[in-house]
Design a protein around this ligand. Structure first.
Ligand code: 5GP
Ligand code: ZN
Length: 138
């Protein structure tokens, strides 16, 4: 996809601050960070969403997500935790349509908020949702 910002980053057409790179995966710092050390991890090949990714490449990406989280926590001791965020499609907040995982360092009283109002559901309703999903499972 020619217009994809992350494909341009992979090709070196847009500069980035790289944290890690191998044959299939690239990690670089987010240009509009939610926190110090906010990193992105992407497959080098263009896939729009998680649903499009082959399992072997996804495994490689998720391993690097963990590696980046481990080294970020070690490098930035002022942070006590982190969120891994991965959004799919515009409705879910995905702005760049090239699969990416965010690793966002967290500290007490930071102003970041990934919380939602807790919903309510009866066990019977949960069972029905589960049946719908499990029908599609191979
Ligand atoms: P999304 O909202 O799609 O989950 O996240 C896209 C992320 O990409 C945003 O956090 C945004 O700051 C980051 N981003 C967008 N364009 C660039 C860019 O050109 N360089 C870098 N390093 N990050 C970018
Ligand atoms: Zn792309």
């Amino acid at each position: 996809m020619n217009d994809c910002i992350f494909c341009k980053i992979v090709k070196g057409e847009i500069p980035n601050i790289t944290l890690f790179e191998n044959e299939h995966v690239l990690s670089f710092l987010d240009i509009m960070p939610a926190a110090k050390g906010h990193a992105l991890i992407i497959p080098k090949k263009h896939y729009a969403t998680l649903l499009d990714m082959p399992h072997d490449e996804l495994k490689e990406v998720i391993e690097i997500v963990q590696k980046i989280a481990v080294v970020t926590m070690a490098a930035l001791p002022e942070f006590d935790g982190f969120n891994v965020l991965q959004s799919n499609n515009e409705v879910a907040g995905q702005v760049v349509p090239h699969v990416h995982f965010h690793v966002i360092p967290r500290q007490k009283d930071d102003k970041l908020d990934f919380a939602w109002d807790q919903g309510k559901a009866e066990m019977e309703e949960l069972k029905k949702w589960a049946e719908l999903v499990k029908e599609k499972m191979e």
